[in-house]
Design a protein around this ligand. Structure first.
Ligand code: SF4
Length: 494
């Protein structure tokens, strides 16, 4: 590899989902597309590089720096002429990211492609061999990115001793030792994410990461595999300073932690969460917030009230199911009765329940699927029914691969909206239809109007209705070209 200098051109890029996973095709949408919420990692990594004295660092995300979500000619020129391309990707955006990295190497054989994020972590060989990346970070890169970049300025052919990376060396792949997760003290020293003016202008919902990890270990989820089971809360001062950093960026704040309050059943953990929420509530930079929490949060009125005081009324909750057997199957540590009771408590307390549920586990039947839609209509403010999605790296992926039940490895379909496995009690097509029919029902004009009348958050209820029906959200989510083609494919699978 060539030697870098602190003046070398470094581009960091993350791509949005595209139809069929084709680089620069039309955007693929889901319910989150409207939030225009930037990815977590690249802005942290940019800040680290700037702090370390790298003078020529640029972020390219086509949502903010391109046109209509696509890379412009200038974006491509900037990427292909860079000395190092740092990319981050999830499974769903892997195909177009690999296309970009391959093209980068074809045009610029001396450039260095360095990847990270969940998908490269769990499929490093794919990126290093087929995807032509040079170096992959496995897990968190905050501690060693600077160490790696410094090494590339000194002795790029010797990457030994840098923990957490894998790289190509001739025809072999070298895996350095894993790197321990960052400690809470280190998380408090990570610089605040850097957002350029285009990103600041384009963001609708500003991300704020206050915690990492999750104490649970659901079968379909890769959070614990990536961020660990040890729940880490950043120092309060870091969170308060970050509120200031993202002031006036977007309208809302998305608390991007996968689990905001963590071990709710432990008094010590609740105390830490309360201190954080109370500090946010007192901050003059507090804004309306969206956060991901587990359903047991409802059992602690002091936490529910503190969320409200911190402006966090909009809760995204992985309820997953009202079928006790399916919850056991997926290793969700909450019961169906707990889900049903706690959703009610949160609604009574004035919180918005965005319920994320999975239909199609082995214990699920068409009758249970129907009951799930009815439950969602009665109890939730917004609903996201998922098909079981085996993202690489999860235990679910390993199991279903072993059982030969994964029917497509087109990872651009791994967004939770598309059926990619052979369920037990449905044909793949029947499950897909069930999920889409449920969404049609939940988001029908009649149901939206019914919820609007009862809702304590009428503006949000109206906004979702307008997105779905007036601004083409339903058409783009459910009836786009890739989804139509996938439905045809599913018809052919028994
Ligand atoms: S509770 Fe949520 S974040 Fe934690 S392992 Fe389960 S799905 Fe993942």
């Amino acid at each position: 590899m060539k030697k870098l200098t602190k003046q070398s051109r470094i581009v960091l890029s993350e791509l949005p989902p595209y139809q069929h996973g084709v680089l620069n095709a039309s955007l693929a949408e889901d319910i989150y597309s409207q939030s225009k919420n930037p990815a977590r990692a690249l802005h942290f990594l940019t800040a680290l590089l700037i702090k370390d004295g790298w003078t020529n660092v640029q972020i390219i995300n086509p949502i903010y720096h391109g046109k209509n979500g696509q890379l412009t000619g200038q974006n491509f020129r900037d990427i292909y002429s860079s000395d190092a391309l740092l990319f981050s990707t999830i499974t769903r955006t892997a195909p177009q990211t690999m296309q970009l990295v391959k093209k980068y190497h074809e045009i610029n054989p001396g450039g260095i492609a360095i990847g990270g994020g969940p998908d490269p972590t769990f499929r490093k060989e794919k990126y290093l061999v087929d995807g032509m990346a040079d170096i992959i970070f496995r897990g968190e890169a905050d501690r060693n990115l600077v160490t790696l970049m410094e090494r590339l300025t000194l002795s790029p052919d010797d990457l030994s001793g840098i923990g957490g990376i894998s790289y190509r060396s001739g025809s072999s792949i070298i895996d350095n030792e894993p790197e321990p997760l960052l400690s809470v003290e280190e998380l408090g020293r990570v610089p605040h994410p850097f957002y350029d003016s285009e990103t600041r202008r384009g963001v609708r919902t500003a991300p704020l990461e206050t915690t990492r990890g999750c104490p649970n270990d659901c079968e379909f989820c890769s959070v614990t595999k990536f961020y660990g089971k040890k729940f880490r809360v950043k120092p309060i001062q870091w969170t308060l300073d970050e509120l200031k950093n993202i002031d006036k960026m977007g309208r809302w704040i998305f608390y991007s932690s996968d689990n905001l309050t963590g071990n709710n059943h432990l008094p010590e953990s609740r105390k830490t969460a309360l201190e954080m929420l109370e500090a946010i509530a007192k901050s003059k930079y507090k804004r309306k917030g969206i956060a991901q929490v587990t359903i047991d949060v409802a059992e602690y009125p002091e936490l529910v009230s503190a969320l409200g005081k911190a402006g966090i009324d909009f809760l995204c909750i992985g309820i997953e199911s009202i079928n006790p057997a399916a919850l056991r199957e997926m290793r969700k540590p909450y019961t169906a009765a707990q889900n049903i009771r706690n959703v009610k408590l949160l609604r009574e307390a004035g919180r918005w329940n965005h319920g994320m549920m999975i239909i199609g586990f082995d214990a699920d039947t068409p009758e249970i699927a129907e009951a799930t839609t009815e439950y969602a209509k009665e109890s939730l403010d917004s609903w996201q029914p998922f098909a079981p999605t085996p993202n690489p790296g999860t235990d679910m992926y390993a199991r279903l691969e072993r059982e030969g039940r994964i029917i497509t490895h087109d990872f651009s379909l791994y967004d939770g909206q598309h059926v990619v496995i052979r369920p037990k009690n449905f044909t793949p097509y029947a499950l897909q239809k069930t999920i889409f029919d449920g969404m049609e029902d939940f988001y029908s004009k009649k149901e939206i109007a019914r919820r609007f009348v009862k809702s304590k958050h009428k503006l949000n209820a109206l906004g979702i209705g307008a997105y779905i029906h007036l601004f083409g959200g339903k058409r783009r989510m459910l009836y786009n070209p890739q989804t139509r083609a996938h439905l045809e494919f599913l018809r052919s699978v028994s």
